[in-house]
Ligand binder design. Sequence first.
Ligand code: MN
Length: 193
Amino acid sequence: MPFELPKLPYALDALQPHISKQTLEFHYGKHHQAYINNLNNLIAGTKFENASLEQIIREADGGIFNNGAQVWNHTFYFMSFSPQASHEPQGKLAQTINSQYGSFASFKEQFSKAAVTLFGSGWAWLAAKEDSSLEIIQESNAGNPLRKGLIPLLTCDVWEHAYYLDYQNKRPDYLQAYWNVLDWKVISERFYD
Ligand code: MN
């Protein structure tokens, strides 16, 4: 089965004014779709033809890794948003953020800094280690913490295509908007014991 663009649980204009309909039309409708098309073309006739995206991220290299990871990363990113978002972490994730970073506000500051200072194109991540501690990670290009055996909890796409239509070169403004549409109910459920 070829990979397909996942349906979003919200309308393309639902995240306005923080992320515009036009940005989602391009970012989800064109960029995400293009990674899926590229991946399907690249895996045809290879050992990854029937592989999961997670297997591709862990084992593939070159174009198959790049496109496969970009498909996974974008799905994870878009599925973290909601127009009726819960704005605070819940349960065990809330406790762990507070104990490790001091407060949610301090965590937001550190994560935003990682996203804003990431040089070039890439993704800022919050990931869990095997011992359930948390780590903020900067990954270039299509990088994904699964490749290092970590569990991704949250990501921010800092490729310019994620924000240029709405915020031009002002990545910090995009980061401010990003916190408004993140659904911490969904994100908190990704963190298990
Ligand atoms: Mn992107």
